[in-house]
Each structure stands twice: as structure tokens, then as C-alpha cells.
Design a protein around this ligand. Structure first.
Ligand code: 9UX
Length: 112
């Protein structure tokens, strides 16, 4: 009887280790989506800074690169927290108009 108890304890412990081991990679992998936005209204470097500051404050935005010459922003975000439409909306009421550009995959689909 005592042997059975030890065996089941070891079994439960082993199982819990397996479950934790399976869950860990899920937590570590932050799925990130990359989206290019057209940014209208940026005319100087301060504009770029303002857009960057705004992007940095959005929950779920992991990374961004704002290009003044191209008038666009490449944004990496966690789709579990935020989406392109939400990001666009964050710029309502600012001097800048942010619009989602067709992604490469979208473009390819359209071209097909
Ligand atoms: Mo520069 Mo931008 O003087 O809104 S900050 S044009």
C-alpha cells in the first residue's frame, strides 16, 4: 500500500512536470504580426517622434519603425492584444492619418 502511494505520487509529479514543460514554450513565444501603415501628415522629425511616442504607448505594440520620407510606419504587434484597426483609431484626433497598407500576402492574393 505504501509502495502504491509512492508510485502515484511520482506519477502525478511526473505528469505535472510534463504539463508545465508543454505550457512554457507557449508563454515564451509572443506571436507578433508585422503591419505597414501609411502615415499622412508627417512633415518633420518632431512629427516622427510624436508618432513613435504614440505607438509606444499602445498596449500590444512590440516594435515600430517610422519612416518620414516614405510616410509610413512598420509596426510589430501582438494580435492577442491589439489589431490594425485599433492602431489606426489611436491616431484619430492627432494631426496624422494612419491607414493600414495591404500586406505582402494580401498583395499576392490580389495579384493572383
Ligand atoms: Mo514639425 Mo509635425 O514642426 O506635426 S512637429 S511639422
Amino acid at each position: 500500500m505504501k509502495y502504491l502511494l509512492i508510485l502515484s505520487t511520482v506519477l502525478i509529479f511526473g505528469l505535472s512536470v510534463m504539463v508545465t514543460a508543454q505550457e512554457k514554450p507557449k508563454d515564451e513565444k509572443i506571436k507578433v504580426e508585422t503591419q505597414t501603415f501609411e502615415v499622412e501628415g508627417m512633415t518633420c522629425q518632431s512629427c516622427v517622434n510624436s508618432v513613435e511616442t504614440k505607438l509606444g504607448k499602445i498596449d500590444g505594440v512590440e516594435n515600430y519603425k517610422v519612416d518620414l520620407d516614405k510616410g509610413e510606419a512598420v509596426v510589430e504587434y501582438n494580435p492577442a492584444k491589439v489589431n490594425a484597426k485599433k492602431i489606426e483609431k489611436e491616431f484619430e484626433g492627432t494631426p496624422y492619418k494612419v491607414t493600414e497598407k495591404a500586406t505582402k500576402t494580401n498583395k499576392n492574393k490580389q495579384e493572383e
